[in-house]
Design a binder for this molecule. Structure first.
Ligand code: NAD
Length: 267
């Protein structure tokens, strides 16, 4: 069986990577791609990624793309993800969501889609980072509250949300290892006369610059030692590979909201 995959936001950094990944993966074909009205609409998807023409042009109608696809992959912006989630809910098409920085309202749209469609949502589609989530939870559960936890991340200068969705997930993993809620212990930034560090706090530090694809470190520090768990992304391919793998995996799933841990069998 061949799975038809559509890419919304197909001219973006991740969108182009996803187009290439679908074209290079056995068992799937490209059903199309969308962009908002503007430069990319009407361009051939193959030419968009520097390949041969495919005879399939970028369109601006998400519902038509969802209807023509077995799965749609979305790495765009929160406002667009709301529209795409509604299209997934309407059509029941399997839906893979990688957009980060979603508000509670945006997230409610994704949750609603999962009532009528099989959905995978992940802050990070790389296998290494998903192992880092599991390791972070395990280490946080093993070390006592004498160890301070901080999460440091660096991304390219174009990234618009902070801390990264992955850093927030790492914070949740550490909090869950300690049986606390991240919201009760998180410190998202530090500046000025902040006083001594409270016990149990989980801190975040954000760096932005250059072309860094995504670096994350979880630090555990007490008075006498420091443990650092680090992941560095070398290419956006790792996210595109995980997203296409998720789109294929969803074909055998009932409607519901799944994560990468489900796709990788880590749960
Ligand atoms: P980008 O700005 O390069 O691409 C976003 C694309 O979405 C653009 O081409 C834009 O035109 C398009 N878009 C905007 N509104 C649209 C609409 N209404 N319909 C269709 N397309 C629309 O950004 P990027 O670096 O590719 O990242 C995109 C998102 O993916 C960000 O939220 C980023 O944090 C996230 N991301 C997630 C992961 C992960 O593993 N979950 C990995 C990398 C990036």
């Amino acid at each position: 069986m061949t799975i038809a995959i559509g890419i919304v936001g197909c001219a973006g950094r991740m969108g182009r990577m996803l187009l290439k990944e679908v074209l290079a993966t056995d068992g799937c074909v490209l059903s199309g791609g969308t962009e908002p009205p503007g430069q990319a609409v009407g361009k051939d998807l193959g030419l968009l990624v520097g390949g041969d023409a495919l005879g399939v042009a970028v369109t601006e109608d998400p519902v038509a793309l969802f209807s023509a696809s077995d799965a749609v992959i979305d790495f765009t912006i929160p406002a667009a993800t709301r529209i795409h989630a509604a299209a997934a809910e309407q059509t029941g098409t399997a839906y893979v969501v990688g957009t980060t920085g979603l508000s509670d309202e945006d997230q409610a749209g994704v949750n609603a889609a999962a009532k009528n469609a099989a959905v995978v949502q992940a802050a990070n589609f790389s296998i290494g980072v998903n192992l880092l989530f599991a390791l972070t939870k395990q280490v946080a559960a093993t070390l006592d509250a004498d160890y301070d936890v901080d999460i440091l991340e660096m991304h390219h200068r174009h990234k618009v949300d902070a801390p990264s969705g992955t850093a927030l997930e790492l914070g949740k993993a550490a909090a869950s290892g300690r049986n606390v809620s991240l919201e009760d212990v998180a410190r998202y930034a530090r500046e000025g006369q902040i006083g001594a560090r409270p016990s149990g706090e989980i801190g975040f530090a954000t760096l932005r610059g250059g072309g860094v694809i995504g670096d994350h470190t979880v630090l555990f520090a007490n008075e006498v030692e420091r443990l650092e768990l680090t992941h560095k992304a070398g290419s956006r391919e790792i996210y595109a590979g995980g997203a296409v793998r998720s789109a294929l995996w969803l074909q055998d799933q009932k409607s519901g909201l799944y994560g990468m841990a489900d796709v990788l069998g880590l749960n």
